[in-house]
Ligand binder design. Structure first.
Ligand SMILES: NC(=O)c1ccc[n+]([C@@H]2O[C@H](COP(=O)([O-])OP(=O)(O)OC[C@H]3O[C@@H](n4cnc5c(N)ncnc54)[C@H](O)[C@@H]3O)[C@@H](O)[C@H]2O)c1
Length: 334
């Protein structure tokens, strides 16, 4: 039986991957330092026979060693995720996303493993003009500390080809949506839906900018596909992770929400603070691995509206910090 270590596995995406892998019969170890005080997200797995939690830092070898006994594969998800949080905490961002992530890759490159999957981001494409579509060879244009660290991490991993025992794989995730035990409302689809559901007037900037999106449960399925893929199909390859049908403009997302909440109020404006605009090609992940997302953005909106109608996330506006990457509690122990 494969035993998968999810580094940063108690976050928004990691908890959904944990749940998926446990259901599919894998053993799962999670290493996480709860940088957002997000212990609650791991509670539901405690006591599961194939689940082990290790509190620790991805930048610290002794923590990596503790968490990785008997592990066959590693998925690296951890870090400070998103442009805003890395802007607020540039020093911690360097310690975690640059030094820590490099340390984690170096550490495992000397160990015996089957696969090492680095979770990167389509944000690496930054700003693409004239509605060109970015495949994996498209020039990278990282605009934030967050994306710059991801581009560097990709290079570090790819440089291990021929050196490390493992099969390295980079997945450039689209922006996530969908329900998770660690819900994040600081991501466009969920943020817009929450605000409009609770009667806020939503101000949307640069509504014609494009981004790709993907449901967290589709990401979990993709991780399992990569774990089981033949080595020669994925060996030190980079994949955009998502599906062509989920390339959307902000306006397309808002229109879908308005289909569900017709009375909601939206205002549009120009020149927002986030200039990112990228349409991404997901041909490679489809052709090589047969991955096509099951969920559309529309499905994610319907699912979230239904959850809120049933009384979930009532405190999502007042208790903002619980539901997003805003305030960290981090002390490097190195
Ligand atoms: N959510 C998205 O839209 C999205 C899009 C593209 C890529 N990604 C990538 O997917 C991965 C998961 O994102 P997410 O949305 O689940 O983020 P998240 O912030 O919810 O989860 C990150 C987790 O990493 C943990 N962590 C932070 N610093 C750590 C450290 N030093 N040691 C150990 N654990 C640490 C946090 O406590 C948290 O549980 C990230 O690599 C992110 O860059 C996410």
């Amino acid at each position: 039986m494969k035993k998968i270590l999810l580094v940063g596995g108690s976050g928004y995406v990691g908890t959904v991957i944990t749940s998926h892998l446990l259901k599919r019969g894998y053993a799962v170890n999670v290493l996480d330092n709860f940088v957002y005080g997000n212990q609650f997200s791991a509670e539901l797995f405690l006591g599961e026979s194939n689940y082990k939690f290790y509190k620790g830092d991805l930048g610290k070898d002794s923590d990596l060693e503790n968490a990785s006994e008997g592990v066959t594969d590693v998925v690296l998800l951890g870090g400070l995720v998103g442009d805003p949080i890395t802007k607020t905490y540039p020093n911690e961002s360097k310690l975690i996303n640059t030094d820590g992530v490099t340390n984690c890759i170096n550490y495992f490159s000397k160990k015996q493993l089957d696969k090492f999957i680095l979770i990167s981001t389509c944000s690496n494409y930054g700003l693409i003009k004239d509605n060109q579509v970015a495949d994996e060879n498209f020039e990278l244009n990282p605009l934030s500390l967050y994306a710059k660290a991801k581009v560097a991490a990709e290079s570090t991993l790819i440089s291990k080809k021929g050196i490390a025992s493992f099969t390295g794989v980079v997945l450039r995730f689209a922006t996530a949506f969908g329900l998770s035990p660690r819900m994040r409302f600081d991501l466009s689809v969920s943020e817009f839906t929450r605000d409009l559901f609770f009667g806020e007037t939503l101000k949307v900037f640069d509504e014609h900018t494009w981004r790709p999106y993907c449901h967290v449960r589709d990401f979990a399925r993709l991780i399992e596909m990569v774990l089981n893929a033949d080595k020669d199909r994925v060996n030190f390859e980079i994949f955009n992770a998502g599906g062509d049908k989920n390339n959307c403009t902000k306006k397309m997302i808002v229109d879908e929400i308005l289909n569900n909440i017709p009375e909601a109020k939206v205002e549009y404006g120009a020149n927002g603070t986030d200039p990112r605009n990228y349409k991404v090609s997901f041909e490679k992940v489809k052709n090589r691995l047969g991955f096509v997302p099951q969920y559309s953005v529309q499905d994610g909106i319907v699912e979230l509206v239904l959850a809120m109608k049933n009384g979930f996330y009532k405190d999502a506006l007042e208790n903002k910090n619980k539901y997003g990457n805003y305030v960290i509690n981090y002390k490097s122990e190195n």
